[in-house]
Design a protein. Structure first.
Lengths: 256, 132
């Protein structure tokens, strides 16, 4: 198909122009010849016929080429229409792409937030404590004035938010150390207890070294022996409390 | 088996007592001055005691200030500072003030409420008004 060949073929425009050139040349020759034939005889007898034939031929070519040109014009128009269609589709696709991207973003955010919510639900569940226990505990630490001072507290009152000297010595650890309960070790300045006055009888019966420990309650297993003699509650006496230096392997391993 | 359970209970009780003693800044000063807070096994023990922060153990603590002290004791800087008696005294004072905070607040609220309900019948005691 000659129209498909690329570089070798001349374009329709070129061909049309070249045919027009030919027509121009031929017409001029014919007119010159006719002008000449008025005054002289024709140099060659059949030349005018030749030129006429050529003219006719060229004209026929011209007409054909014009038709071709028209066809090509139509095709070109179609191409333009199609190109416009393609452009429109392209922009449609881009629009869809944008919307999909947005949707993806929104969904990703939603999924992320849902995951965060699940995480915090999990966390809350893990940390959940029965309200009864919390209330019990709150009562325990406030009724005993452990976290809030009694309303009538004045300086000189022996009560403290920590176990006082006497309390420490009356506990299990203190008893293990076999400490004398007299004597002031003086590291509680202003502490009436250290001066040997009455112990704190106002505290409700929440022992700070609680005896209401359930039987199954165990401290966590500690694999290494800390290798220490725990400090006593009296300056002088430091070789006490054997329980702490017990080898851990015998303690919590065989609990039932 | 019984012996093991008893030992475990003893250990529990002694640790319960010991950790609450840590709420007492004077005791901490005592420990620091005797060098306990510098010993590696003791420091390890303090880290081990952090299990008392868990709710199932914490509910046995009567003196919850001890947990805060335990957390602070994890830091070397704090342990070092406790050697100073002034440091311990300062902590003690601040602790007592904090302890009194809620009662003071409650007292103030009660006073404010009482003042609101009382109509103003007397001129203010420090008034410089030339009323009479």
């Amino acid at each position: 198909d000659p129209n498909m060949a690329a570089v070798a073929e001349k374009s329709t425009k070129e061909r049309l122009l070249s045919v027009l050139d030919d027509l121009e040349v031929l017409s001029r020759e014919l007119i010159e010849m006719l002008a000449l034939s008025r005054s002289q005889k024709l140099p060659q007898p059949g030349e005018d016929t030749q030129i006429l034939e050529l003219l006719v031929q060229r004209d026929r070519e011209f007409q054909e080429l014009m038709e071709v040109a028209q066809q090509q014009g139509k095709v070109h128009q179609e191409m333009q229409l199609l190109e416009k269609e393609v452009e429109k589709r392209d922009s449609d696709i881009q629009q869809l792409q944008k919307q999909l991207k947005e949707a993806e973003h929104i969904l990703a955010t939603a999924v992320y937030q849902a995951k965060e919510k699940l995480k915090s639900i999990d966390k809350a569940r893990k940390g959940s404590i029965s309200s009864e226990e919390i209330i019990k505990y709150a009562h325990r630490i406030s009724a005993s004035n452990a976290v809030c001072a009694p309303l009538n507290w004045v300086p000189g009152d022996p009560r403290r938010p920590y176990p006082t000297d006497l309390e420490m010595r009356s506990g299990m650890l203190g008893h293990m150390a076999n400490l004398p309960t007299n004597g002031v070790n003086g590291h509680l300045p202003g502490d009436a207890l250290a001066a040997g006055r009455l112990p704190d009888v106002l505290t409700p019966n929440y022992h700070w070294h609680s005896s209401d420990v359930p039987v199954g309650m165990l401290p966590p297993h500690h694999g290494n022996d800390f290798g220490l003699e725990p400090p006593g509650h009296n300056k002088e006496n430091e070789d006490d409390v054997e329980a702490m230096s017990t080898d851990s392997s015998s303690s919590s391993s065989d609990s039932d | 088996c019984l012996r093991g359970a008893e030992q475990a209970r003893n250990r529990f009780q002694s640790e319960l007592e010991f950790i609450q003693c840590l709420a007492n800044p004077n005791y901490l000063n005592f420990l620091a001055q005797r060098g306990f807070l510098r010993e590696r096994p003791f420091i390890n023990y303090l880290k081990y005691l952090l299990y008392w922060k868990e709710p199932e153990y914490a509910k046995f603590l009567k003196y919850p200030h001890c947990l805060h002290m335990l957390e602070l004791l994890q830091y070397e800087h704090f342990r070092k500072e406790l050697v100073n008696a002034q440091c311990a005294k300062f902590i003690d004072e601040q602790q007592l003030l904090h302890w009194q905070h809620y009662s003071r607040k409650r007292t103030r609220l009660q006073q404010a409420l009482a003042e609101q309900q009382q109509p103003q019948q007397q001129p203010p005691p420090h008034g410089n008004a030339a009323t009479k």
